[in-house]
Ligand binder design. Structure first.
Ligand code: CAA
Length: 283
């Protein structure tokens, strides 16, 4: 099977970034979301990311336009019927993902591969919502997608060798590096990253230090490119909470309990950069 046409289901920061890297590599990409406004926001994010690359001299203006011309915007999931591959980048809610995969299974061509960009949920469980679990696999990109070289590949219990081989080659075609991990809560990336972020939030909650001080310790002291609280704001505090809940439920270990401060920020709608407020204020 040759993969040419791709649907990215979900036009948030991950979905739009994923659509951008595929379109930049010459694939025909349909960027889908429920609301036209969400799709338009995703397209604007792609345009401004490409403009940044042009400004930095990393791509030419004509490459920016070629990338944009590989993109189609849609609010009709039915368009996925023409795709060889779908990448789901919906919110981190297992029920939402299962409903979406059930629909995709009905809509998509028989040979089409269905992948999820989930950052912590079970690929095996998502795959079980379809009648083609052998064609389902996890393809976990990192934020910001156009910059970060890693794609974590997660095989579900029923994922076939054929599906895995296609996704490995595809990841290479995008210029990214694949690392294969088992289907465990949080995989490897978020099993390591999220407890660090959660602990940073506890440090603020317990009054040990301000957010800026916690972040400085990690940027100046550990050479991290950004502090854990600035990173949490970039990822989205709702996503951070969902991942901590998945780790807590999945391992049943109290060391993964989400910090109450994280929970109240999410309840307040202080979701990080996308909301204009998280541990920092954004204009
Ligand atoms: N599009 C295009 N270019 C972008 C970009 C985007 N979306 N975001 C950043 N850049 C570019 C900048 O233009 C700049 O380019 P040059 O190197 O050519 O100058 C470069 O990236 C660095 O950007 P900045 O100078 O603005 O800022 P920075 O040096 O702090 O880098 C960063 C920004 C790349 C985000 C860096 O801070 C970083 O690597 N942070 C950590 C990110 C991280 O840990 N990501 C993983 C999150 S976890 C995840 O995604 C998984 C999950 O499931 C939750």
């Amino acid at each position: 099977m040759v993969i040419r046409a791709i649907t990215v289901a979900g036009a948030g920061q991950m979905g739009s970034g994923i659509a951008q890297v595929f379109a930049h590599s010459g694939f025909n990409v349909t960027l889908y979301d429920i609301e036209q406004e969400a799709v338009n926001r995703g397209f604007s994010a792609i345009e401004s990311s490409l403009s940044r690359f042009v400004h930095k001299g990393r791509i030419r203006e004509d490459q920016k336009f070629a990338t944009l011309s590989n993109l189609t915007l849609s609010t009709d999931l039915g368009h996925a019927c023409n795709s060889d591959l779908v990448i789901e980048a919906a919110p981190e809610k297992i029920e939402t993902k299962k409903i979406l995969f059930k629909s995709l299974d009905r809509i998509c061509k028989e040979h089409a591969l269905l992948t999820s960009n989930t950052s912590s949920l079970s690929i095996t469980e998502i795959a079980a919502a379809t009648a083609r679990p052998e064609n389902v696999i996890g393809m976990h990109f990192m934020n910001p997608v156009p910059i970060m070289p890693l794609v974590e590949i997660i095989r579900g219990l029923a994922t076939s060798d054929d599906t895995y081989d296609h996704i490995l080659s595809l990841t290479q075609a995008l210029g990214k590096t694949a690392v294969t991990v088992k289907d465990f809560p949080g995989f490897v990336s978020n099993r390591l990253l999220m407890p660090m972020i959660n602990e940073a939030i506890y440090a603020v909650y317990e009054g040990v230090a301000t957010p800026a001080a916690v972040d400085q310790v990690m940027t100046l002291g550990m050479n991290h490119p950004m502090g854990p609280l600035a990173l949490a704001d970039l990822i989205g505090l709702d996503t951070c909470l969902s991942i901590m809940e998945t780790l807590h439920d999945g391992f049943g270990d109290s060391k993964y309990r989400p910090c109450p401060l994280l929970r109240s920020y999410v309840q307040a709608g202080w979701l990080g950069r996308k909301a204009g407020r998280g541990f920092y204020l954004y204009s």
